[in-house]
Design a binder for this molecule. Sequence first.
Ligand code: FCB
Length: 457
Amino acid sequence: MTQHLPTGEQLTFGAATASYQIEGATTADGRGVSIWDTFAATPGATRDGKDGSVACDSYHRYTEDADLVAGLGVDYYRFSVAWPRVMPAGTGAVEERGLDYYDRLVDALLERGVTPTGTFYHWDLPQALEDKGGWLERDTALAFVDYALAVHERLGDRVKVWATHNEPWCAAYLGYAAGVHAPGRREGGQAHRAAHHLMLSHGLVAQALHEAGNRDVGIVLNLAPIWPEPGTPAEAADGVDAVRNRVWLDPLVDGEYDAGLLRVAPELADPDLVRDGDLALIRGSADWLGINYYTPVRPGPVVPTPDGEERHPETDAYPGVPPVTFHVREPRTHIGWEVESSGLEELLVETHRRTGLPLMVTENGAAYADQTWVDGPDGRHVDDQDRVAYLRDHIAATERAREAGADVRGYIVWTLLDNFEWAEGYTKYFGIVHVDPDTQDRTPKASYRWLQERLRG
Ligand code: FCB
């Protein structure tokens, strides 16, 4: 296994996690406060009122986790770096002890024959930067470059494949419009400013890494197939597509924000926001594209209710888009997301056609209630046959997309461990390994064993 982006001769496999969801140890070794520490401490912000202060304690148990990844038999492990561990105040002084942790993690993986791939930003912005306006401010994009370069300087000799951002749609629109993710702001169309600054920061970091000789810089997007229900107004369906997909793809591929997007996001026509050279910088800046897929998006027409309430809560995450409803068909996972593997196939084929870029499925997986425990040769474990079926069908969809010509290099399962699932707290389990919240004992589920067998061929 090369340390660079896989060549794609055959589909390769990985497992993913994210810093705030698994590390815990949020005050260890000089780590600064992140927006997720602050947000999760806000009453009502997470379903169970819990936060990531302990999570899976991977900060201390990373060797055990590296053993699990190696035992699974995957080629690589996708982890993210916590900005507040590396630059506690968001800018300025580097906390070497924070970098030491990732250094140890990377070495632990390499020693076990697993290739580490890093993500610079999986949503844990230093609170100090949010206090100055967060992603609504251009300075945050500039600060991101210094942070990413500090990480790259320390790890870049061993970690070659980098993603700048994970799901900037969530960071911008769930964070600054819907307010259901950190920093929990409900600023409507201002969230489009966050989207631009996230993309700008991607472009700046890609440029800096390219200058440092790296040609494996990507970005991870939660693009979605948009499947309008009958009767959905065309402008509404187009608006959903624009805010979910095109706001990222258009600047990356064409170096522009298109007319349909500007209709719903007039903020992006502001020359003080989108400055000369920004779009040219972003265009062509990604060497590969990561796609996180869980479920299709089905906008539907608004049905007036007796009290005239027409607004659908998810509409808040699509500021400027004409009112729509969002439909979710059966079957659904425990988090309420529709299971439809053909959406992944379509998305991969379509995104490859649109971008021509090498693709990685950087996340795919499912939350299930995991109530069934059985005895097996290795002891008691969760018998998550529903998750096995989900993974099997989505890996098959990925293979079909490859057969249809999409250049998909890898499939990375979300996620290694049951962990802190953002606003859902510890109530939704996506792990292929069960984690006991009291003892931190890790127990591979049937899905882990299934994937292990599949990889053994
Ligand atoms: C994605 C996130 C990831 C995880 C999964 C379920 O949106 O990137 O951290 O929470 O959803």
